[in-house]
Design a protein around this ligand. Sequence first.
Ligand code: NAD
Length: 295
Amino acid sequence: MSTIAFIGLGHMGGPMAGNLVKAGHKVSAFDLSQPSKDAAAALGVGIAGSAKEAVADAEIVVTMLPAGKHVLGVWTDILPAVKPGTLLIDSSTIDVESARKAHALAAERGCLSLDAPVSGGVGGAQGATLTFMVGGSADAFKRGEPILSAMGKKVVHCGDAGNGQAAKICNNMILGISMIGVSEAFVLAEKLGLSHQALFDVASTSSGQCWSLTTYCPVPGPVPTSPANNDYKPGFASALMLKDLKLAQEAAQAAGASTPLGSAAAQVYGLHNAWGEGGTDFSGIIHLLRGRGNS
Ligand code: NAD
């Protein structure tokens, strides 16, 4: 049993903190939002009066916040109150540069740290089936791995500081591009008089096979559990896809990598979200590709 502080109890953080309680850990948590605190408290999570109060006795601190500026703000605030030797884990999806800055802040205080963003969405957070992509030293990983395992089903050490975030944005860039590709193929099939099911039956067992087709198929029918069968709800919100594609573009620019399709995917999702689709599943991009009003 470990004493864990958890900061950021939103859609993801609340159920993740709840799973740490279920695994027998003592969790002291904080969020700025009262509804988030109430929902986490209902899962048995202890609520502290402030982030600093939450971390005071912690052996491990987990943060699950919207973006890099929030993570750097919270880590700067709590580090003076954290005991040296504490392990800090950030599971938010943030830019690689901020993640590396956060590691440096922790090191200055004599703490270990990991960047450990997740894949698997709210369902994965609730069911403790997330995949964690982890960056940081071998020592930090060894200490953090059992804690992350209580919230997920797969924990992958991707290398040094920031490499968890690097793996996350590379994966989601593949996902954003592949969903547009699959959607374009369905739109072309419709124009050519080929049924959705026929395209699915061929492509899902041929070289066009990919997760966007076989798990999140953007048309209703072939994959009954895909968000397309539920009016493109809830799934993985287009706004979050755009966030991750923008992070990939920032990283590509900083690193001098050429990612023309990643850049195009960010533009396409930007347009989709500007039409008010940020809250629906990212497979709804097929509506934009058909031409709005033709869905
Ligand atoms: P969310 O907006 O539901 O939760 C964020 C929480 O952080 C909110 O409750 C907010 O009040 C709290 N917060 C913000 N600033 C704070 C501060 N200074 N101190 C304390 N609390 C603060 O977001 P989410 O959906 O839980 O996502 C969290 C992170 O996980 C994001 O980086 C997101 O990109 C990533 N992510 C989300 C999903 C998903 O499907 N929702 C999937 C994978 C990764």
